[in-house]
Design a binder for this molecule. Sequence first.
Ligand SMILES: C[S@@+](CC[C@H](N)C(=O)[O-])C[C@H]1O[C@@H](n2cnc3c(N)ncnc32)[C@H](O)[C@@H]1O
Length: 264
Amino acid sequence: MLRALPDESVQLVYLDPPFNTGRTQRRATTRSVRDPDGAHLGFSGESYSRTVEALTSYDDTFADYWAFLAPRLIEARRVLRDDGTLYLHLDWREAHYAKVALDALFGRDCFLNELIWAYDYGAKSRRRWPTKHDTILVYVKNPETYWFDSEAVDREPYMAPGLVTAEKAARGKLPTDVWWHTIVPTSGPEKTGYPTQKPLGVLRRIIQASSRPGDWVLDPFAGSGTTAAAARGLERRSISIDAHPDALRIASARLDLPVTPYAG
Ligand SMILES: C[S@@+](CC[C@H](N)C(=O)[O-])C[C@H]1O[C@@H](n2cnc3c(N)ncnc32)[C@H](O)[C@@H]1O
């Protein structure tokens, strides 16, 4: 479906792909070359530098997660307008591989931000620091012309309101690249029952900053339709794609749209 969309047709792409949560194995192929400034010392006392030549990752679910995701990222970049922005939502398992992949795809100068969405909910491991954040990587198509409107973003309360003037405290502050935001409350109007549903508040910020009213917003892994719901509330137009019938059913009900199967 992504391939069917025209070049440079959407302002914003938000991708929240299935996380690579299966048992994951990775293999890195390295090559050592003699280098007087290299960090590794060989048997002969010579210095070597080591470069990673190839990186493969695979798991139970996808024979190669990156073989699955990379073509979709390439298409997502293609359909972005010149002033458009891509947000890729992952967690700590894949975020660093994604940074390398997106640097290669967009160019490092197109990297805008690494957003951390921090929440505090659910069971906590006692064997390591409990993992309670997701990572959202942000890339722009063109670092000279990209659209970003910080003034349009919902402001948030100061952590120490006593340190600023009453007017400032009342206005709230601009969010930084670390977003404390609750997960979707287990009861409440936002909950759809879709297992990996993201909060509307997170999508609202993304859409407010990186698009204008009337712009097209694309979500190729739409799930329960959070992006489309946030886009509609902010008067943007949206395209949602998902492979799962439950997602189509739930998102359609949420958006009050009829379910029309895609005929290819
Ligand atoms: C993490 S969920 C997205 C959740 C969504 N952001 C929300 O707020 O509800 C990932 C989605 O990707 C969908 N998916 C998995 N493989 C897909 C594929 N090949 N093409 C399209 N969607 C796919 C799944 O059905 C799932 O709904």
